[in-house]
Design a protein around this ligand. Sequence first.
Ligand code: B12
Ligand code: SF4
Length: 473
Amino acid sequence: MKILLINAPREVLQKPAFPPLGLASIGAIASEEGHEIVIVDAADWDWPRLKQKISDVNPELVGLTCWTIERGQCFRTAHLVREVAPQAKIVVGGPHATAFPGHIFIKTPADYVVKGEGEETFRELLKALDSGKDIRRVRGLAYRNGETYTLTELRQLIQDLDKLPNIIHSQFAYDNYGGLHDTYLKSAAVITSRGCPFNCSFCSSAVYWGNKYRTRSVANVIREVESLYHDHGIRALLFFDDNLTIDRSRCLALSSALTDLKLDLVWAAEGSVKVDRELLAAMKLAGCYRLDFGVESGSPDVLKRINKPFSVDDTKRAFDLCRETGIRPNAYLIIGSPGETRESVSQTVRLMRDIQPDVCTPNPGIWILPDTDLYRMSLQQGIINEKDFLASDSTFIYTGEHSLSELESLRNLFARGMALGLGLVPYLRVVASQMFHSGLLKTAIILKVLRIFMRRQPLNDIQCCCCKKDIQV
Ligand code: B12
Ligand code: SF4
């Protein structure tokens, strides 16, 4: 079969930083099964261009990823596929499709939804479609059934991730990706594990991957890294793992294997603040130049409310150790979690002053993602109801304790606190770093920041050029 896998255009067209690894993995399976694969990362494509591409490829089957954020883009793509290639079967996977398969059938002309981890289900679906076998036997699938839909039996998670076929990196024109722009090097992303053992109340990752942490073997990861380096000229890597440092001994082993490669390769990852000097030193030696931490808040109470598995002191220690070992630490923050008050925002500002992150990226409010504890709490509190959640294609922010305008004033409080509390030089360093990160070294943006200083404008319309997250400093 000719199979087209599409990462839908983003609401605000933007050059993607990295290719979609989920679709790449699905593609590798289809290729292994002997199908012809085209992967289109249309994040920065307009609709006419995508329409033309679908028409040129003339696929027999189209696969789409659906995340909750920007789910409308996936829905629109599915309709476009039906219009341009009416013969093509449409399969949708990913976090939102997994949470609400029925919704996908209502909002799109999709024929199938693959729930959860997609590789084996997709393989079996392709086999069944090829051979005319009964798709009811394909576990992990939802299919249309007249006006409604039917779910097949649940599929177990893959036990041995090494058995998955290699991602076909040659599908992607790496020169066209933003990559790790703070390195200026040709970059790629690699994912070495799936899942997270923790259960932060807002995070759908642990929910999605079953709260179980599964890893590829170090040797298997190293083979991919070597191929990226030698065959694709990659010199910088971002590990897409939810948390590369969860399993300390594995992270040590991976670091030591990367060191042994003796390649001029640098890398960054997301880590847990529960790190120690020995681990960080090994990571640094192996080429780690930056670690991103989901710090979220400087308030112990807020951390407890969102079920973060660490303390404020852990964060301070991790940032100190990063500086000692020469790794640049970044802080992701959320302003507006359950339990947030003016005092907790001040605690976060004080923490930022103590740890002096290279870049700090405060999320504007906390998003309500399906199947999370926050989602259930929001349903209970009447902040959302499933009907409205599904009827709308937009993002829902937790407003259980503060209205949207109160959240905005908390964000402004944070920004002012940062400007005053951090001191001018470190503050300007964060601003510069932030702008560097977002590629926004443009006069207009600098003017915007100045206007924010003068309190003439809220912060929420400055966005990162790669992920379009709101940028606040
Ligand atoms: C890398 C990443 C990004 C990158 C994406 C780069 C890229 N090109 O892919 C960037 C930084 C841009 C990003 C941005 C955001 N992300 Co993000 N991101 C991730 C992350 C860490 C890894 C994704 C990944 O590669 N996974 C590995 C692959 C193998 O898994 P996968 O993509 O899910 O695909 C598998 C299945 O889902 C399924 N599948 C998926 N698609 C399809 C399609 C078909 C046809 C089939 C059959 C199967 C299938 O099969 C695949 C193989 O098993 C995940 C967390 C995670 N661990 O998954 C979050 C995650 C996907 N992101 C999330 C969110 C919320 C965001 C942001 C809103 C910002 C934020 N606060 O994190 C923005 C939104 C961007 C946007 N506008 O749409 C959520 C999504 C939740 C949801 N319900 O939608 C996740 C799950 C993290 C979380 N904390 O909850 N993100
Ligand atoms: S936020 Fe990070 S640590 Fe918390 S559950 Fe999600 S992936 Fe795990």
